[in-house]
Design a protein around this ligand. Structure first.
Ligand code: NAD
Ligand code: TDX
Length: 336
């Protein structure tokens, strides 16, 4: 099988590429990434030299380049490429629409032109909006996105739906809860708090810290997408989550306790505008129809993650200094 994976130098995409090469040693992966600030080829160091993996620096909004790539014969497209940070979408929404809506539509066009056996859109629970104190998001929950980020992801999802309904393109959409684990860019809650706590810097908690997110270890997200690729019923949406709802302040206090740092590092700061109060995924469909089950409890996953950030300090300090962006030029500059 030949997969085109977009966004494979980012957090989940790079974990997914490594996971798939391990699970399916015969598969070929073409990894397409624009290497924005969030793309980091250092994430893929462990698979350098693996001939089943090819990296190509391409922007998914470049229709010509995508067309050229698809000409080689791709079986399955897995679309991770996106602008992914809510706070950035509040400051600069335009690039979110460009990549997450237009980029998705251009990929769909190429998939339609060359014919694929499946197009998997990796989406998020944030498209469903926010929950009150009770209830969970199911695949039938109406889309009510509240941030420019989630609105752009919902726009991409609706394009995927339309290409299925109108052109018969074989698609699946996955909607996963908040991921955490190795290689997550240190702007997101968990790696931001770990890296700042290790440097004894203040930890900015938005609002009252009681907003709830539903956390899933990244490898469990990858195993679910693997099942969707192989067993997902064409045209269906699959929610992915492990029933691990935690308040933000609980997360931050867990990290501080694990690192032996004082809670006095916590600084309550002004709330995020439009801040969704609670996310919670009902994963029943994915579990019963695809036989998916997460491997990691939150308590195990967070310990593994903290250990990884302690062992890979150089990885995130190079991000903080910007030095990671030179890696591409050094490694690939003369070859591409
Ligand atoms: P990330 O920001 O770490 O990675 C995104 C990657 O996409 C980067 O490597 C970046 O260079 C690349 N990219 C951005 N714009 C591009 C473009 N125009 N062309 C080609 N590549 C481009 O994000 P992530 O956390 O790994 O998220 C991956 C996907 O999973 C996203 O679609 C996101 O919406 C979705 N998702 C994320 C989470 C989460 O908790 N992180 C949860 C559910 C779904
Ligand atoms: O400094 C912070 N302080 C804080 O209190 C940051 C960065 C976040 N927060 C809060 C906001 C959220 O309630 O922590 C929670 C998690 O924030 P993020 O890590 O920014 O994630 P979130 O906004 O929930 O979105 C994430 O999950 C779904 C990903 O970034 C998305 O890409 C994914 O779709």
């Amino acid at each position: 099988m030949k997969l085109l994976v977009t966004g494979g130098a980012g957090f989940i995409g790079s974990n997914f590429v490594m996971y798939m090469l391990q699970q399916h040693p015969g598969y070929q992966i073409v990894n397409v990434d624009a290497l924005t600030y969030a793309g980091n080829l250092e994430n893929l160091k462990s698979i350098e030299g693996n001939t089943n993996h090819t990296f190509v620096k391409v922007d998914i909004t470049d229709a010509q380049a995508i067309d050229q790539l698809m000409q080689q014969g791709i079986d399955v497209v897995v679309n991770f490429a996106a602008e992914s940070h809510v706070d950035r979408s509040i400051l600069e929404p335009e690039v979110f629409v460009k990549t997450n809506v237009l980029g998705t539509q251009l990929l769909l066009d190429a998939a339609k032109k060359y014919g694929v056996t499946k197009f998997v859109q990796v989406s998020t629970d944030e498209v469903y909006g926010t929950l009150g104190e009770t209830g969970l998001f199911t695949e039938e929950t109406p889309l009510q996105p509240n941030s420019p980020y989630s609105a752009s992801k919902a726009g991409g999802d609706l394009m995927v739906r339309a290409y299925h309904e109108t052109f018969g393109l074989p698609v699946n959409i996955t909607r996963c809860s908040n991921n955490y684990g190795p290689y997550q860019f240190p702007e997101k809650l968990i790696p931001l708090m770990i890296s700042r706590a290790l440097s004894d810097q203040k930890l900015p908690v938005y609002g009252d810290g009681m907003n709830i997110r539903d956390w899933l270890y990244v490898e469990d997200h990858c195993s679910a997408i693997d099942l969707v690729i192989h067993q997902g019923k064409i045209g269906e949406v699959y929610n992915i989550g492990g029933n691990n709802e935690r308040t933000n302040v609980h997360i931050v206090k867990t990290i501080l306790a694990e690192l032996g740092k004082p809670e006095s590092l916590i600084a309550y700061v002004e709330d995020r505008p439009g801040h969704d109060r609670r996310y919670g995924i009902d994963p029943t469909k994915t579990m019963t129809q695809l036989g998916w089950k997460p491997k990691y409890s939150f308590e195990t996953g967070i310990k593994e993650t903290i250990r990884w950030y302690l062992d890979n300090k150089e990885w995130w300090t190079r991000i903080q200094s910007g030095a990671y962006q030179e890696y591409y030029a050094k490694q690939y500059g003369s070859r591409m």
